[in-house]
Design a protein around this ligand. Structure first.
Ligand code: IPE
Ligand code: IPE
Ligand code: MG
Length: 240
C-alpha cells in the first residue's frame, strides 16, 4: 500500500491503561492485560499495512517488577502464551520479533519463549516488532557506558573516538533507526524510562484512549497527526 502522507519509519508505543480499563469494566487488572493483547494484534497488522518498518511496544518496564506478584506472574504467563499463539500469524505477515531489555530476572520458561519467537520469526522482512520487556532506558545507557569503557580499557577504542554513533551502537536498539513517533495511550504524558536517548527528535502523541480500546482507527489517526507535524531538527524552514 503506497500512501501520500509521510509515514513514520519507526513507531514506538507505551501501551498504558490496561489496569484502568479493567476497573472500568469491573474486571481484575490481569484481564486488562489480556484485553491489551488484542490491541497488539490489531496494531501490528495496521503498522505492516501502512508500511511502518519498525514497531516498538513497551510491554514491561524494569520498574514493573514492583507490582503485586500475581499481576507480574499473569503478565509473564500472558507473554509466554501469546508468543506461542501468535507465532504462526506473525510469520505469515512477515513480522520479525526482537526483544529488548535485560534478560536477567526471567524464568527459564520466559527465556525459552524469547529465544523461540526470535528464532521462528527471524526471516520476517516486512515489519520488525520490537518488544521492550524488562526494559529500562537508564539501565540500557549504563550498560552501554560500561561496554564502551571496557573497549577503551582494552585499547580497542580511543576516548576521542567516542561520538553519538558510538553510544547508539551500544544500545539495545543498535540496529534500528530512532523512533519517529512515540505514542502513549491513556492520557499520561511521560516517558517512564522508555527510549530516553533514542527519543531526542521523536514526535509525541498522547491520546486519551486506554490501550485495550486502541484500534486500527486510533492508529490511523496517530499517523494522520504525525503527518501534520513539521520536524525541524533545530533548523529554520519556509513555514517559520
Ligand atoms: C500498561 O497498563 C501495562 C503495563 C505496565 C504492564 P497498566 O497496567 O499500567 O495500566 P494502568 O496504568 O494501571 O491503567
Ligand atoms: C509504563 O507504564 C510501562 C509500560 C507501559 C510497560 P507504567 O504504567 O508502568 O508507568 P507509570 O508508573 O505510570 O509511569
Ligand atoms: Mg500504567
Amino acid at each position: 500500500m503506497s500512501e501520500q502522507r509521510a509515514i513514520p519509519q519507526h513507531v514506538a508505543i507505551i501501551m498504558d491503561g490496561n489496569g484502568r480499563w479493567a476497573k472500568q469494566h469491573g474486571k481484575e487488572r490481569y484481564e486488562g492485560h489480556i484485553a491489551g493483547v488484542e490491541s497488539v494484534r490489531r496494531v501490528v497488522r495496521a503498522a505492516a499495512t501502512h508500511g511502518v518498518k519498525y514497531l516498538t511496544l513497551y510491554a514491561f518496564s524494569t520498574e514493573n517488577w514492583g507490582r503485586p506478584v500475581a499481576e507480574v506472574e499473569a503478565i509473564m504467563e500472558l507473554f509466554c502464551k501469546s508468543v506461542v499463539g501468535e507465532a504462526p500469524e506473525l510469520v505469515k505477515q512477515g513480522v520479525k520479533v526482537k526483544i529488548i531489555g535485560e534478560r536477567s530476572h526471567f524464568s527459564a520458561k520466559v527465556l525459552e519463549m524469547i529465544d523461540q519467537i526470535e528464532c521462528t520469526t527471524k526471516a520476517g522482512d516486512k515489519l520488525t516488532l520490537v518488544l521492550a520487556f524488562n526494559y529500562s532506558s537508564r539501565r540500557e545507557i549504563v550498560l552501554a557506558a560500561q561496554a564502551i569503557a571496557e573497549r577503551v580499557a582494552s585499547g580497542a577504542l580511543r576516548i576521542e573516538e567516542i561520538d553519538e554513533a558510538t553510544i547508539s551502537q551500544h544500545l539495545m536498539t543498535a540496529t534500528m533507526p530512532d523512533p519517529d513517533l512515540i505514542i502513549r495511550t491513556s492520557g499520561e504524558c511521560r516517558l517512564s524510562n522508555f527510549l530516553l536517548w533514542q527519543a531526542s527528535y521523536a514526535e509525541f502523541y498522547f491520546p486519551e484512549v486506554l490501550w485495550p480500546d486502541f484500534d486500527e482507527k486510533e492508529f490511523d489517526h496517530a499517523l494522520e497527526v504525525y503527518s501534520q507535524r513539521e520536524r525541524r531538527y533545530g533548523l529554520v524552514t519556509e513555514k517559520n
